[in-house]
Design a protein around this ligand. Sequence first.
Ligand code: 1GP
Length: 249
Amino acid sequence: MKNVENYLRSTRKAKGALLFVLIDSENNGTKSAAMLAKEAEKSGASVILVGGSSATDQLTMAETVKNIKSSVKIPLILFPGNVTGVVPGADAILFSSLLNSENPYFISQAQALGAPNVLRFGLEPLPTAYIIIGEGTTVWHVGSVRTIPFDKPNLAAMYALSAQFFGMRFVYLEAGSGAKSNVKPEMVAAVRKLFKGFLIVGGGIRDSKTAVEIVKAGADAIVIGTFIEKGGSFKTIADIVKTIQSIRK
Ligand code: 1GP
């Protein structure tokens, strides 16, 4: 796909909020990544994300990307947890800075190390502020996060506004993969009030009700990973897509 950012904006406009399905390249489930991606596409997902904060095997990642690419038409976007997450064959990459990390490596150093390969592999960089909410998750641990508590929406809004001033066109509010609690709608709404770009929300979303609350609060896309990895039904995924697309701004 030539221009993923345009695709995201125009699909958002035409169809309503989008579902991104996250596939961990190191998933140990019974279904292959390509099979999961195919079912996700059939259920109405708009994007396949491949990555994760603990997925560090670059060879497996590249192989997974290749397999998924040959199975689906929807764009495949890399979601790197480190420089090892930059591999050839995808359409785009969430070129992210973990804004509330305490370790400069995750704010700008890994990005500098990864940038030459983003260029070399022809990946479309989607400039993204990655903001972690809550604690105890893998991304929280790996990313040396100075966390934002779930009940402090204004802190998240401050980071999102700074992302906007930096010129980042995407904000990803992340509770962490498999998080017990999802990002609360109050926080999504506080961010939406200030951030004009494309707002992604993920972590701990498993049902339509939660997805609807988050979209109504202003998310442009929600991300679901663990539910699918654990064998959750694609009928639920199709229901989620249908309900979030029925919400109009
Ligand atoms: C994690 O936001 C994504 O990076 C998805 O979270 O795995 O909890 O669905 P889940």
